[in-house]
Design a protein around this ligand. Structure first.
Ligand SMILES: C[S@@+](CC[C@H](N)C(=O)[O-])C[C@H]1O[C@@H](n2cnc3c(N)ncnc32)[C@H](O)[C@@H]1O
Length: 285
C-alpha cells in the first residue's frame, strides 16, 4: 500500500500535509494541516487556514507578531518531534546505523525494542514503500505511543508492530538487517541468526563497557564476523561568524555501537581475523 507522502512535491503547503513551523531559536512545531484548525503556542496563535496554499519557506507571524518559518520536516525533524516515553536513539547513532547497515529502499529490517519509535521512524523512512520494518516491543503502552508517533508521520504502513519479548524469538526469516536496542542482546543471538539472511547485518547500541564485553564474547561464540565497535562524538558550534566556537555544553556519552555479519564462520578463522584487526590498526598510522 502506498503511504501518503510525508513530503509532497508541491511548492505550497496543502491541507493534510505534515508541516514544521520553525520559530526563532530552536523551538518548532510539527502539525498536520487541517482547514479551520488553530495552533496555540506560547508565542501566539496561528490559523491553519493562513498556512494552506502558502509556499514553503514563507515567514509567518502568530497573532502576537512572533515569526515562524514554514518548512517541510526532514527525517531529523521528525525524530526530534517524537512524543517520548523512553530514551530514544540520538540522530548521530541513527545516521551511522542506516549508513553502515545499508538500510535503503526495499530492505526488510527488524528491530527489537521499539520504544518511542525513534529508530523505527528512520527505518520506515528509508525502506520506502517497497521495504518492510518489523518492530518488536514487550510493553503494550510503549508500543501504542510508537504507533501514534509513526501514524502522525504517515509511516505506520511500512511497519509491522509486534508485541513480544525477544526471548520468544522472531517470526521473520531471511531479513537484511536486525537491530537490537535492549540491554542484554547477548541472550538473543541464536534468534538473530535464525532470522537474518546469509551475510545480513546485526547492529546494537549499548551504554556500558560491561555490556559490550558480554556481546563481543557472544558474537564470537555465535560465529558472527566483521565485528565492529565504535562510538560517535558530535560537537555543535555557535554559528556567529565573528565568534565561531563550540557551544558550551555537549553530550559526552550516549552509547557504543556494535555490528556483526552473519556468515559461515569457522572457529579457525580467528587467525585471519587477527590479521584483519592489525590491518585496521595500521590505518591509524
Ligand atoms: C531504549 S528503548 C528503545 C528506543 C528506540 N530504539 C528509539 O529510538 O526510540 C528500549 C525498549 O526496549 C524494550 N525492551 C527491552 N527488553 C526487551 C525484550 N527483551 N524484548 C522486547 N522489548 C524489549 C523496552 O521496553 C524499551 O521500550
Amino acid at each position: 500500500m502506498t503511504t501518503p507522502a510525508v513530503f509532497t512535491d508541491s511548492n505550497f503547503a496543502q491541507e493534510g500535509d505534515l508541516v514544521q513551523l520553525q520559530g526563532t531559536g530552536h523551538r518548532s512545531h510539527l502539525i498536520v494541516l487541517e482547514a479551520g484548525a488553530v495552533l496555540q503556542t506560547h508565542r501566539g496563535i496561528i490559523r491553519h487556514d493562513d498556512i494552506i496554499g502558502t509556499p514553503w519557506g514563507t515567514r509567518l507571524e502568530s497573532h502576537k507578531g512572533n515569526p515562524f518559518y514554514l518548512l517541510q520536516p526532514s527525517l531529523g525533524d521528525l525524530i526530534k518531534g517524537l512524543k517520548r516515553g523512553t530514551q530514544i536513539m540520538y540522530p548521530k547513532e541513527i545516521s551511522y546505523i542506516l549508513f553502515h547497515m545499508g538500510i535503503g529502499p526495499g530492505k526488510r529490517v527488524l528491530e527489537c525494542g521499539t520504544g518511542s519509535g525513534g529508530l523505527t521512524t528512520a527505518l520506515a523512512y528509508m525502506v520506502g514503500d517497497t521495504g518492510r520494518v518489523y518492530s518488536y516491543e514487550r510493553k503494550a503502552e510503549i508500543q501504542s505511543l510508537a504507533i501514534k508517533n509513526l501514524s502522525k508521520f504517515r509511516l505506520q504502513n511500512r511497519v509491522e508492530f509486534k508485541l513480544g519479548h525477544a526471548e520468544e524469538g522472531f517470526e521473520e526469516r531471511e531479513l537484511d538487517a536486525i537491530i537490537l536496542d535492549l540491554p542484554n542482546p547477548q541472550d538473543y543471538l541464536h534468534h538473530v541468526r535464525q532470522s537474518l539472511r546469509g551475510g545480513g547485518t546485526l547492529g546494537m547500541i549499548l551504554p556500558t563497557f560491561n555490556q559490550v564485553e558480554l556481546i563481543l564474547k557472544a558474537l564470537k561464540e555465535q560465529n558472527f564476523a566483521l565485528v565492529e565497535v565504535s562510538e560517535i562524538l558530535q560537537r555543535f558550534y555557535k554559528t556567529d561568524w565573528m565568534r565561531l566556537r563550540p557551544v558550551d555544553r555537549m553530550v559526552a556519552h550516549t552509547g557504543f555501537l556494535i555490528f556483526g555479519r552473519k556468515v559461515d564462520r569457522l572457529a579457525g578463522d580467528d587467525e585471519y581475523e587477527q590479521e584483519l584487526d592489525s590491518d585496521e590498526n595500521n590505518k591509524l598510522d
